[in-house]
Design a protein around this ligand. Structure first.
Ligand code: ZN
Length: 481
């Protein structure tokens, strides 16, 4: 049997892996490539396999770089069942429907701008996929419980294990039988940052013996600042803004980061560590909806979150929190005097409602901008992090007099030490199962989902620690196993 790497191979985005045996073809994830215009153009290219030939698809979690090309595959013939957890289905519904809508709006705008000229070659003049494609995909998605093994294709069984990254996120264990041979393949998916509130910490899948471990390496070269220090810093910024009568603007991803912020703000509010009367606005319909999905199944929560609920406290709410659904409510905010906290998308300030908040308040020295996530090159968020004195927003030059703070500890991804701990968890059982010191049949470790430098740093550390040479595939590479 073989495993092919059709994305996230030497880069972070576009996760897509294909396991092929003589009897079955199973795909794990199929996300979009994100970043530059060249990266985006890759999404429209046909896949290296026919989607109609797949026997099953497995999705590790709902982030777009793991699901975003699935509706496109449906358009090109994907008809197999798509297995994942229930929250992944709920969030995929939310995120892909929104993506279809935004693409449609973008195409209309572009086509209007090019009246009579059509679209230049190589550019999209039609959306990657439509809402109808998303609807059809949702019809193929089947929920699977955590830790339960199910048969999904001839000779292929799957087990999902909590990976602690966002609600419903998983690592995946495939047990594959082909021609009398059996192989166990572990896909880490995105491994979470232990200590992330609400959800449980990542679990190393118990497999006894793994033949291949495919491990993400997003932060393979560094550790994050601990969460308590990060929350301390956030409280300090909010209190300073309250003292000055300024705004705290937080560009935030709708799924995961926004709920982490709400959780921490609720704890700070209840502990009296941020001003009791200062309003906090969640100005994002998508984050509001994602928060509702987070609240659906407390069985997925960690112990602290369950304790908070048992004590009758609201997990993600507090009296000064206001949810802004409509665009009008959001715009009224621009006239609001006095201190306030605003959480709005997009996470890198490339679009969404955070843009008009920045436009109105960046020139005010009482404003604080709080960066809580990764900011890609070329984004407005990145220019702010890099200390730009003025930025261009909606065709206007805006002076940056606001204080810009970067909080390091809110990442949804495991840092280097936590990736090593996750891997040791998988390998530890391995040596226990085979007897101490056994080297024969040791697993192959394949590093994916990381920029070249992060991946190389992790590979070096794994080699030093476990004496296993990691494999580092590039796009379309295959391994036989
Ligand atoms: Zn993710």
């Amino acid at each position: 049997m073989r495993i092919a790497f059709y994305g996230a191979a030497g880069e972070v985005t576009g996760s897509c892996y294909l396991v092929t045996t003589t009897r079955a073809r199973v795909m794990v994830d199929c996300g979009i490539f994100q970043g530059s215009a060249t990266d985006l153009a890759r999404n429209a290219r046909p896949t290296m396999f026919h989607p109609g030939d797949l026997d099953a698809t497995v999705v590790t979690h709902a982030h777009m770089d793991h699901t975003g090309r699935l509706p496109l595959l449906v358009r090109h013939g994907l008809r197999c069942r798509v297995y994942c957890t229930r929250p992944t289905i709920e969030l995929t519904d939310l995120l892909l429907r929104d993506a279809a809508y935004l693409q449609q709006a973008d195409v209309l705008r572009r086509n209007r701008g090019r009246t009579g000229r059509g679209c230049p070659p190589g550019r999209f003049c039609e959306p990657l996929f439509s809402e109808a494609d998303v609807q059809q995909l949702l019809g193929l998605m089947s929920p699977v419980a955590l830790e339960k093994e199910s048969s999904i294709a001839p000779g292929v069984r799957v087990r999902f294990v909590d990976s602690g990254h966002i609600i419903g996120s998983t690592s995946v264990v495939l047990t594959v039988q082909d021609g009398g041979e059996q192989r166990t393949i572990v896909f880490s998916g995105d491994v979470g940052n232990p200590g992330t509130p609400i959800i449980r910490d990542p679990i190393s899948p118990r497999v006894g013996h793994a033949d291949v471990v495919i491990l993400e390496s997003t932060y393979g070269d560094r550790d994050h600042k601990p969460m308590p220090a990060t929350v301390e810093e956030l409280a300090g910024i909010i209190n300073a803004a309250h003292g000055d009568g300024g705004k705290v603007l937080i560009p935030s991803f709708a799924v995961g980061r926004s709920q982490t912020l709400l959780y921490e703000l609720a704890r700070l509010w209840h502990a009296g560590r941020i001003p009791k009367e200062m309003p906090v606005f969640l100005d994002s319909p998508m984050a509001i909806e994602a928060t509702r999905i987070y609240e659906l199944d407390p069985r997925l929560y960690d112990e602290q979150a369950r304790e908070i609920i048992n004590e009758g406290e609201r997990l993600l709410g507090f009296p000064t929190l206001r949810l802004l659904r409509s665009g009008d409510e959001s715009r009224v905010m621009n006239k609001l005097r006095g201190p306030a906290v605003v959480i709005a998308g997009s996470g890198m300030a490339t679009g969404g409602r955070i843009v008009h908040h920045l436009l109105h308040h960046l020139s005010d020295s009482k404003t604080h901008v709080v960066i809580v996530g990764y900011q890609a090159h070329g984004t407005l968020g990145r220019r702010l992090v890099e200390g730009a004195k003025s930025v261009r927003i909606d065709g206007q030059n805006v002076q940056v007099n606001a204080a810009v703070h970067t909080l390091g500890g809110m990442s949804a991804h495991a840092g280097q030490s936590d990736l090593m701990r996750w891997l040791s968890g998988v390998l530890g059982q391995q040596s226990a199962g085979k007897g101490a010191g056994a080297r024969a049949g040791e697993p192959r470790i394949v590093l994916t989902h990381g920029e070249p430098l992060s991946r190389a740093a992790l590979a070096k550390l794994i080699e030093q620690t476990h004496r296993i040479q990691c494999e580092m595939p590039v796009f379309a590479d295959e391994i036989e196993c």
